[in-house]
Ligand binder design. Structure first.
Ligand SMILES: *[C@@H]1O[C@H](CO)[C@@H](O)[C@H](O)[C@H]1NC(C)=O
Ligand SMILES: *[C@@H]1O[C@H](CO)[C@@H](O)[C@H](O)[C@H]1NC(C)=O
Length: 516
């Protein structure tokens, strides 16, 4: 009888856990979690931690999705260890940069996709990204006018030679889709804040008279077209403000280096480092300040391009005090990433310009989304880029489109991409890729203001990545990635009162959290 009850209890626990994620396997090497109007998994990270207890959260290729366990420190106390063993030393007195936040991009394509879901599913989807039972995102990126992730190519003033921008207006994509979703994100998470990035100026302001292809603004900084382009930014910020949404930040523009590529397939605007420096100094900076969008009211970020361009775009601008005074941070994209060299560039830029924060403003995977559902190495790509960015002074990370359809669109330039969440409007369901759960290891554990603390390794095997943070409510968080097909043993000093030993699962990410 007792045995039977215990057996039932076991079944019950097991069942309730299995219904958490509704697993489905496509062609990928691991599963996605399916959400529809009837069921959807939620994420739970416990705020309260008893003294001398370690909370452990695992996500791996095989089966775990932010799976929690807890253990007393005493039970994982390290036995004496040999000299060739993998050791992680955490130094909580060595304080480094603070976190600004994590999030994703509200592209036209993303907000159009989200809007294909029923009203209830829209709420559930937004909770999955922004609420306490989801990723707790606090950052949103917004394309100013069109980007490739859209159903059409456009700017917010396509009236030729409209030199007073009297025809400037927000698009239907802004008013009908994006604004309600930005407001919903802010309602779900009051800490939510957004930054804007423009892909291209109106074609009539450009030498090539097109939104795509190679070409910059007509004439030079300080002249009519650059002044108009600055005015366009101010009009945009004010138009959103009038609609009840205040922007937190702005980048000088998306990927200025791409605008030099002949035949570039989608919206781009060429600007050299010198042109951006002079645009900020002569046009954009003064226009923002005059309109009340000075540094206290708007966080201006430069570069917003790949790490292979970050040194030239940063140094030319920040070495000029008149331009630099308008700037708060340096944004970067992941497409030229290469471990470890591109991350070493981040550290180099930080060392040269320590007063300007580094921040990842775009990362994403390519391809027709339905062909990559449940692909573990895409989750590893995200995890490594986020962790190594943080280890090299970055203050946050921004995913590309919050959602794509199963084709990886919509995208007027046919630049099909993958996303953390893929929406299937026909079935009224969406799929959470493994990226979603790997993101949770950062977004849910490192709130705004968390401080990185020093950690060093001895005898670290290849393909293991580690970082450590103290949160504003005084928890010490370790994040450990193992991309090996075998488990990895390690000993950790400086985490608990005594050295502890742990084993990382194969192809996994693990967080270990303790109250200080
Ligand atoms: C910031 O905005 C407030 C309110 O609009 C304004 O009074 C103030 O002058 C602005 N500050 C700067 C530096 O632009
Ligand atoms: C999307 O839903 C439709 C209708 O249920 C289905 O036929 C199709 O296979 C689904 N796509 C994916 C990638 O699951």
């Amino acid at each position: 009888m007792i045995l039977l009850t215990l057996f039932n209890l076991f079944l019950l626990l097991h069942v309730s856990k299995a219904t958490d994620c509704v697993k489905r396997t496509y062609s990928g090497d691991t599963f996605v979690c399916v959400c529809d109007a009837k069921q959807c998994d939620t994420l739970n990270v416990e705020d309260k931690i008893e003294p001398n207890v370690v909370h452990i959260y695992d996500t791996d290729q095989k089966s775990s999705r932010l799976e929690k366990s807890e253990t007393p420190v005493d039970s994982i106390k390290a036995k004496s260890y040999s000299s060739n063993q993998f050791v992680l030393n955490v130094d909580t007195s060595d304080l480094k940069q603070k976190i600004l936040g994590f999030g994703g991009c509200f592209t036209d394509g993303a907000v159009i996709n989200i809007n294909t879901l029923s009203e209830d599913l829209v709420k559930q989807f937004m909770n999955d990204y922004f609420s306490k039972t989801g990723l707790q995102y606090n950052i949103g990126r917004v394309p100013i006018g069109g980007s490739d992730s859209s159903v059409r190519a456009y700017s917010l003033d396509d009236t030729e030679f409209d030199f007073d921008l009297s025809h400037f207006a927000l698009a239907e994509e802004d008013t009908k889709y994006r604004l309600p979703m930005l407001k919903l994100a802010q309602q779900i998470n009051p800490e939510f804040r957004a930054f804007g990035s423009a892909w291209s100026a109106p074609a009539w302001m450009k030498v090539n008279h097109a939104l795509n292809g190679a070409g910059g603004l007509i004439w030079t900084p300080g002249d009519v077209y650059y002044k108009l382009w600055a005015k366009y930014y101010v009009k945009y910020l004010n138009a959103y403000l009038n609609e009840g949404f205040k922007f937190w930040g702005l980048t000088t523009e998306n990927e200025p280096a791409e605008g030099f590529r002949q035949g570039y397939a989608w919206n781009a605007l060429a600007m050299t480092p010198e042109e951006i420096r002079d645009f900020v100094k002569l046009d954009l900076g003064p226009a923002l300040v005059a309109a009340g969008w000075g540094k206290e009211n708007l966080t201006l970020m430069i570069n917003d391009d790949n790490t292979n361009d970050i040194e030239s775009y940063s140094s030319v601008l920040l070495n000029d005090a008149e331009a630099a005074k308008y700037v708060s941070g340096i944004a970067y994209h992941w497409y030229s990433r290469n471990y470890p060299s591109s991350y070493q560039i981040l550290s180099k830029v930080h060392d040269q310009y320590p007063n300007y924060f580094l921040f990842s403003s775009e990362a994403g995977e390519f391809g027709v989304a339905s062909q990559f559902l449940g692909t573990w190495n895409r989750a590893e790509d995200y995890a490594i880029d986020i962790l190594e960015g943080l280890q090299h002074w970055s203050t946050g990370w921004t995913d590309w489109a919050l959602a794509v359809n199963t084709a990886g669109g919509p995208n007027w330039a046919k630049n099909w991409v993958d996303a953390t969440i893929v929406i299937n409007a026909t079935a009224q369901e969406y799929y959470k890729n493994p990226m979603y759960y790997v993101l949770a290891h950062f977004t849910k554990f490192l709130p705004i203001g968390s401080t990185r603390v020093g950690c060093s390794v001895e005898n670290a095997p290849a393909n293991v990545h580690t970082t450590s943070f103290i949160t504003p409510d005084n928890k010490l968080v370790l994040i450990l990635i193992n991309t090996n097909n075998d488990h990895v043993d390690l000993t950790i000093n400086g985490f608990a009162k005594v050295a502890v030993a742990t084993t990382l699962k194969p192809r996994s990410i693990r967080n270990m959290v303790i109250a200080l």
